[in-house]
Design a protein around this ligand. Structure first.
Ligand code: SF4
Length: 273
């Protein structure tokens, strides 16, 4: 040691100038064998991300709907494909109850599709007036009857593309007739209830019916397409109503993150509505 240089004594406080405080070394925590990372073989544990379309979530929704609405069917009164087609056209912007009040007298007065085909729209208007939008609806019903008589031998076609050629018939009406009368699952009926509840349940982010239908067809098994729409329509009438859904009574509650829930045990997602 050079002369004149006195070694510094350790400070009484135990802290030395310039000394670094040693930090405890953390050993990585062992991942649980049940964690997703271990199951997938990844060495980095990851937090599982919420996926509203996860098959197990969708099948739990379907299971609960089955328990809640086991045997639901179309609420429109009808005795034939033609009557169902007319009732569905009349139900636009109206209620099933109103349509069911109008149709018994309508079909008593005009029992066959040929009877409707012989009318002018103006002649039919008073008979369907109570369902609203009666001018357009009269035009659609008479136009559909004329085309069915002229092109399909008086029988409502069982084919989606042929149904879509009828005046006033879009995919919703065609799906109702194909599903509820012919038992054919060509698509999913998307009405106002199905639109609202599919968005609340995050089965779709879309707002227009054709896109919503495509989204539902991807996540709902085909054999459930007909029943699912009936169940959701009933759910929309009984519990998941538009203005103030009865979430406290709803068996889907802990699966639902709707932004407009009225009561919730889970976090809500503001866009889910
Ligand atoms: S919890 Fe509420 S918003 Fe969600 S499906 Fe049920 S009634 Fe509808």
């Amino acid at each position: 040691m050079p002369r004149g240089v006195v070694p510094r004594r350790p400070a009484k406080s135990g802290r030395h100038e310039g000394a670094r405080v040693a930090r405890p070394v953390r050993t990585p925590r062992k991942a649980s064998t049940s964690s997703p990372a271990v199951r997938s073989g990844s060495s980095v544990p990851t937090r599982s991300k919420y996926n509203p379309l996860a098959p197990e979530r969708v099948s739990e929704i379907l299971k609960r709907l089955d328990q809640l609405y086991p045997n639901v069917t179309c609420a429109l009164t009808h005795r034939s494909a033609w009557e169902l087609l007319v009732a569905t056209i009349l139900s636009a912007q109206s209620t099933d109850a109103t349509v069911n009040r109008v149709t018994p007298e309508l079909f008593r007065k005009y029992p066959t599709v040929q009877d409707f085909a012989a009318l002018t729209p103006e002649q039919l208007e008073p008979d369907v007036h109570a369902t609203g939008f009666f001018r357009n609806k009269s035009k659609s019903v008479v136009g559909a009857a004329k085309k069915i008589v002229a092109d399909f031998g008086g029988d409502v076609p069982e084919d989606m593309n042929q149904l879509l050629t009828l005046p006033g018939v879009a995919r919703k009406t065609a799906n109702v007739v194909l599903g509820s009368w012919f038992g054919k699952a060509n698509g999913v009926v998307v009405d106002t209830h199905v639109t609202r509840i599919s968005r609340r349940l995050e089965l779709t982010k879309n707002t227009d019916a054709p896109k919503i239908e495509q989204d539902l067809m991807k996540v709902i098994p085909r054999e459930k397409w007909i029943l699912f729409a009936h169940q959701i329509i009933w759910h929309g009438r009984k519990l998941c109503i538009a203005r103030r859904p009865k979430c406290v009574e709803c068996p889907l509650e802990n699966l639902c993150h709707a932004g407009d829930k009225t009561w919730s045990t889970v976090e809500t997602h503001k866009n889910a509505k």
